[in-house]
Write a protein that binds this ligand. Sequence first.
Ligand code: MN
Length: 252
Amino acid sequence: MNKIILAFSILVTSNAYLSATPKENINLNTTSISESASQADPNSVKAKGKFQLVTLNYGYSDLEKSIDAETMEIHYSKHYLGYTNNLNNAIIGTEMENQSIETILKNLDMNNSAVRNNGGGYYNHSLYFSTMSPKGGGSPKGEIANEIKKDFGSFDELKKQLSDAGAKQFGSGWAWLILTEDGKLAVTSTANQDNPLMPNQTVKGTPILGIDVWEHAYYLRYQNKRADYLNAYFNVVDWDAVNNNYRNAIKK
Ligand code: MN
């Protein structure tokens, strides 16, 4: 009888030992990528050359209700930084070195693929990141609320048109709310890093809100469900920023 108890207690002890060891190792050695993303500082990311990234007034994890920290960090510190550095390199020694990004894109030679892709990428991401906020979402307010009502009938209609434009954009691209040359708001979409400022666009105007629908903007959390990402975007859209963009666009 004693032998049986002894054997049983060794079995229990050794099992407890075996199961405890790997658990301890996992706890000691694992720091998840999203944890490191939420601790990283966007303000430490600096481009080389003329054009600089827009400064984020929020951290990578602050838009978590719509966009995860890891996606935000990779998007801002890798993709956006890459477009910006590539643009800066592409304009060295040209007249574009002394021009604003708007002037560069409006007068763009569409065969200049380096400036088309990276100048577009720089402008589009500057708008995207500066038009989101942890305090965003809800219904439009201020001047833009009246303009949306005037040109779309309701915010729901605008949201539907923007979501449709983003969902139907085949492959990579952008959905836009723009101010057209005749002073009206319109929704459009573009492929790749093109935008409505560029000479080849059928619907032209000044973007005041842009939604990135490249997979890198949403794939980690939303996978193939682009429509869910588009829906979630409206929880972080910064209507104060959209109002500023609108006022600046009206002046031009
Ligand atoms: Mn992007």
